[in-house]
Structure formats: C-alpha cells, structure tokens
Design a protein around this ligand. Structure first.
Ligand code: SIN
Length: 308
C-alpha cells in the first residue's frame, strides 16, 4: 500500500495492532553478536525467528561443544527445528531437554509412560485445544523455560505450529504504550482454561498448590536480558492495579500482538521432526485444522525460574 499523504491520523489504522509499514525485527538482544557455529548448519525460516538445524543426530550423545552451539542457536533463533530424527528415543528426548534444565510436567496433561513426557494425542475423539496463542505454564510462579516437542504421528495435511517472537512484539509497541506498561504486573491463572470443566471442590483442592501468580507485563529474558512482552490470551487474567475496564482494554490490545504475522514463524511437521522453543521469548499456537485426522506429539517442558 503506497503512502496517501494524509496528514491527520486515520481513525482505525493508527491503532498499534493494525499499524502498517516497516517492523523492527531484531534476531538478537541489543549488544549481542550473532552466534558462530562450527558444528550446526543453520537454515533460517525467517530473518529473526525460527531456523532449521542440520548436521546433528539427536540420538547420539551430545558433547560440550555441540551443547553450547544448541544453546546459542536457541537464544538466537528462539525456536529451532530438526528433521528426520528417526532414532530419537525417550532417553534422547530427556537428555536434549536436560541441556537447559529439569523436566517439568504440565499438571493438566496426561503423562505418558515416561517421567516428564507429556503425550499429546489428538483425533476425532480428543480435539486439540492448543490453538490459542500462549506461553506454556505462565500460570506457574516459575514458568517453563522451554519445551522440546517431537512429532510422532502427523496428519497428511494440516497440524502446523506457529511461534511468535515476543521481543518483536515489545519492540514494535509505540513509545507511549511502552511507557504505559513499564512497571506493570499481570495476574496469570489456570482456572479460566484448565478449570473450566472442573468442579469447584477440585479447583479449590488444586488451588492449594497452584494459586494465581503475577509476572511483569514486560519481562527480561533470563539469559539475554532482552525485553519481552509477557502476557498471553488463555492464562493472563488481569493487569494488576488498573480498574477493570481499563485493564481489560489494555490486556486485549497487548495479547493481540502475538497475532501479527511478521513476528511469526510457521513449521510444517513431518514424523520424526523435533522442535525446541524458548518459552519466555516466544508464544506458540498449534493449528487445529486436521480434525478428524490423528496427530500425536510428545513434549518435555523445561522447568524455569521466576521472571523479573
Ligand atoms: C503445545 O501447545 O505445547 C503443543 C504444540 C503443538 O502440539 O504443536
């Protein structure tokens, strides 16, 4: 769309969500140089988020140099993908996740037959509900640092996953919005989603160990320090300290930022594909367009740290 030369703001297009034109899309945190890779082949899917990685068989023991490159690639690309990992077994899955930390089970997912592995099997009988932009476990005091997801069974078409760069989402906010949200915190809670079909006494029992928690609206990445917009549609329930209407309007505008296509990468799965994502730097959305075909994934989430 060419510029129109209109001097007065457009009544709708000056809203931050639908601003058109150039976007700020930085791959690395300010002051951080891109990584150097001697072992890994890096094949970017967009200039700033998502890269396919070649040159590694994840079923083999991971030495210190390879581990360093994998950690660097994840910091830089925020979600990294591997194909044709045919011999990648449960122990390899756990070992790979272990490069970043301890496994963390989602308290609401059915657990597979191995500790820490959540098996996400969807078909005509069990429809997926991960088709909403979210950050895993943000309802926990120390949300998951990341996840390692392995494709077991993939529909002939459909079932892609999207990830959105929440550093880009923050960077592109207008300065007035950045100032407005500076220092604000938001409440995150599992009850409106996972609790929606539970009886009150079950919710009350789970509440004992999982109270609603608060995180800054803008967090700093635990490793790079990059500023990231950290609110998401299913789990962020309110902005603390604002009146209800103002808070709702602000939260609505902020959670919609993940939907902007320039911030996103989309991955077409094949059986034996593996993805690792930085769960603080990105949100994700599992597209639910394959019903009633079957889609089976196995996931290990990695325990996190309190955010600031
Ligand atoms: C998830 O939300 O962790 C699942 C992602 C997927 O199945 O693609």
């Amino acid at each position: 769309m060419a510029g129109t030369g209109v001097a007065t703001p457009h009544p709708v297009l000056d809203k931050p969500l639908i601003r058109f034109g150039k976007r700020i899309l930085e791959r690395t945190a300010p002051g951080t140089a891109p990584g150097e890779y001697r072992i890994l082949g890096i094949h970017p899917l967009t200039p700033h988020i998502g890269a396919e990685i070649t040159g590694v068989d994840l079923s083999q023991p991971i030495g210190a140099d390879l581990a360093d490159e994998l950690r660097q690639a994840l910091l830089e690309w925020k979600v990294i993908f591997f194909r044709d990992q045919r011999d990648f077994g449960p122990e390899d899955h756990a070992a790979l996740a272990g490069l970043w930390g301890e496994p963390e089970a989602n308290p609401f997912f059915p657990t597979g037959d191995r500790a820490g592995v959540s098996r996400l099997a969807k078909d005509a009988m069990a429809v997926g509900t991960e088709n909403i932009w979210h950050s895993d476990h943000s309802f926990m005091a120390a949300p998951a640092l990341g996840s390692v997801l392995r494709a077991v069974e993939i529909p002939a078409s459909g079932g892609d996953t999207l990830w959105a760069d929440m550093g880009a989402a923050y960077d592109n906010l207008p300065d007035a919005m950045k100032q407005r949200i500076e220092g604000l915190t938001a409440e995150h809670d599992w009850v409106p989603t996972w609790g929606a079909t539970m009886a009150q006494d079950q919710i009350a029992a789970l509440r004992q160990t999982m109270p609603a928690v608060e995180h800054p609206v803008v967090v700093r990445h635990p490793v790079t320090g990059r500023r990231l917009l950290y609110v998401n549609e299913p789990f962020t329930t309110r902005i603390v300290g604002l009146d209800e209407e103002e808070g709702r309007e602000l939260l609505h505008e902020l959670v919609l930022q993940a939907r902007i296509p320039e911030y996103q990468v989309r991955f077409r799965w094949q059986p034996d594909s593996v993805a690792i994502w930085d769960n603080i730097a990105v949100q994700h959305y599992a597209i639910n367009d394959y019903y009633p075909q079957r889609r089976v994934m196995e996931r290990i989430a990695i325990a996190g740290v309190p955010l600031s």
